[in-house]
Every structure is written in structure tokens, then in C-alpha cells.
Design a protein around this ligand. Sequence first.
Ligand SMILES: NC(=O)c1ccc[n+]([C@@H]2O[C@H](COP(=O)([O-])OP(=O)(O)OC[C@H]3O[C@@H](n4cnc5c(N)ncnc54)[C@H](O)[C@@H]3O)[C@@H](O)[C@H]2O)c1
Length: 342
Amino acid sequence: MKNPQITQQKTRYTMNERMLKVLITGGAGFIGSNLCDHFMAKGYKVICLDNFSTGFRKNIEDHLSNPNFTLIEGDIRNIEDCRKAVEGVSYVLHQAALGSVPRSVKDPLTSNDVNVGGFLNMITASRDAGVKRFVYAASSSTYGDSDALPKEEEKIGKPLSPYAVTKYINELYADVFNRTYGLETIGLRYFNVFGRRQDPAGAYAAVIPRFVLQLMNHQSPIINGGGDYSRDFTYIDNVIHMNELAMLSQNPAAVNTVYNTAFGDRTTLNELLGYLKEFLSEYDSAIENVEVIYGPERLGDIPHSLASIDKAKRLLHYDPQFSIRKGLKEAVAWYWNNLKRP
Ligand SMILES: NC(=O)c1ccc[n+]([C@@H]2O[C@H](COP(=O)([O-])OP(=O)(O)OC[C@H]3O[C@@H](n4cnc5c(N)ncnc54)[C@H](O)[C@@H]3O)[C@@H](O)[C@H]2O)c1
């Protein structure tokens, strides 16, 4: 039988939590704007800090007139912007960064300024403002050249790109800020996240939205290599679930560490394209016949990536609800309704 006292305490705790302020940096981006939607819907006060370098105003447009939502147009490379954003905030969900391995290879200085300098500003401002917990976007790229599968949090290899270096430095700083200043931190190593609002355009677009856009336009997607490389593609709603658990966990053993944030299954690029064609041809049957082009392998790509999600299950009670197929079906419907077609 349930203990009524405990149930009551839990309810009271939830109500108080909902009046608290959450800062979402990079809140106009793909993952950040989905986090904004989620925490706004749950009744939190949400602050969004973004400089719109890769994010879009349209992603947060629905919230701009809501008094519970504050947009701070600013740059994490500027400590004053970070201090302003973090005022009175209980939790920080730090998403702002320059993503993409190729971007960091082309311009390591800017990736470092934003991802390392900006991170250090944000975590310092959070420490000074006395935030309860700093949850941040880490990356599966931290596994680098380790070929162990599935990837377990404590076994990493050497970074393979400037981007991976920046994300690993984030983890090192978070650990030191906990040890030195007692700030609670949790790093979420995201694995190939996909879903609504992920940008399909531009040189650094992720593979799923790029393929969707190409297929919708009857253009042949190009696969680098034979298509047998695999990834643990992770639907956005699993990532939101993980952020919420990390933010609110009351388990002391769950804090000051990092977690794989994934579904825990791997899908080859050929399988991925098969699923995309299957779901998109429900809207336009001609998509089934769009040919795939196989190009040369891309230097530095690791063949396979698969997360162990045991640690997140054990310590945070993570229970991802969206398999790749379930997530792709949702994502495809969103792109079909929101992307311009010829
Ligand atoms: N999408 C993935 O598969 C994936 C995988 C691993 C890690 N991550 C990490 O997750 C986070 C979010 O990624 P995303 O896919 O939503 O990317 P995104 O580019 O859509 O979002 C990043 C947001 O940060 C903002 N931003 C960038 N530089 C800024 C700056 N100097 N000051 C303020 N705001 C700034 C951008 O304008 C954008 O809105 C990033 O930290 C990324 O490295 C993403």
C-alpha cells in the first residue's frame, strides 16, 4: 500500500519545482527549443539565452508573448550575458554550442571559443549565482577512437576531432567545478539526436533531416561508404526525458557524473534510408523509387556507435519511449507538414 505522507510530500515538491526558473542556453536551437516547449508546458519559468548563430527565432516564437518566458539575445562568450541570464535561476540546461565535427575541423578556433570558453563562462556564472544544478549537453564524440561496443561511460578513447576535444573539456571542467566549488553537475552524452525542428539545410546539417529533405525533393541522398556504418539514433523526446530526470533527480549517487543519452540500439545507414523511404512514401509514393548514391568513405568516421544505457536506467530511472522507428515516424510527419516542397 502507498504511504499517503510520501505521496503528499512528492506532490508538494512537484508544485514548488514548477514555480522555479530554468535557464536553457541555446534555447532557440533544435534540442534547446524542444526543451523550452517541454518546460513551458510544465509550468516552469523559462529563460532562453541564444545568439541565433545556428538557432532560429521561429523555433521559440510561440512563447515570446508568454510572461513565463524570457528571451535573452546574447552570447555565451560574453560573461556579462551569462550572468544576466542566470540571475534567480534554479537549474541550467546548457545546450549552446557549435555542433558538427566538420565545422570544428574547418574552424577549430571558433568551436573552441564557443564550446570551451562559453562553457566556462556559463558554469562560472552558474556557480556565482548559486544555481542548484548545472546539466549540460555532452557528446558521444567523447568516445573517440575506442572501438568498444556498447559504449560505457567510464571507458573512453582519444578524441578524433576538435569538436570532441571541446566536449570532453566540458566534462573535465564540470568535474572540477563540483570538486572545487561543490556545484552539482550532470553531463548528458547525446548520441545522434533527431526529431522535429532539426535543421535540414546548410553544410553542417545532420544526416536524418538532410536525407528527409532530399527524399522529399526526389533527390538522391549520398551515403559515404557502403551504408553499413551504424549509429544509435536517438529521438528528441528521449532526450527531453533524460534532461528532466537529470535536472530533478534526488538520488545523490546520480549527480556529478555523465550519462549516455540514447535509445540503446543501432541502425545502419542503409536501414535508416529504408525506414525513411517507407514512412515518406506514405505521403508520396514516388519517394520509394528515389535512388541512393554511394560515395567514398569520410575520413575520421567511426564505423559503429551504440550506447549502453544501463547507468541512466539504474541511477536516473531512464526509460526511453521512442525507438528509432517510432521516432522517425513522428519526425517524418513533422517534416512533411513543415518543410517546403517543390
Ligand atoms: N544534435 C545532436 O545529435 C547532438 C549530439 C551530441 C551533442 N549535441 C549537443 O547538443 C547541444 C544542442 O545541439 P543542437 O543539435 O540543438 O544544435 P543547434 O545548433 O540546433 O543548437 C545550438 C544553439 O546554440 C546557440 N548558440 C551557438 N553559439 C552560441 C553562443 N555563442 N551564444 C549563445 N548561443 C549560441 C545556437 O544559436 C543554437 O540555437 C549542443 O551543445 C551540441 O553540441 C547535439
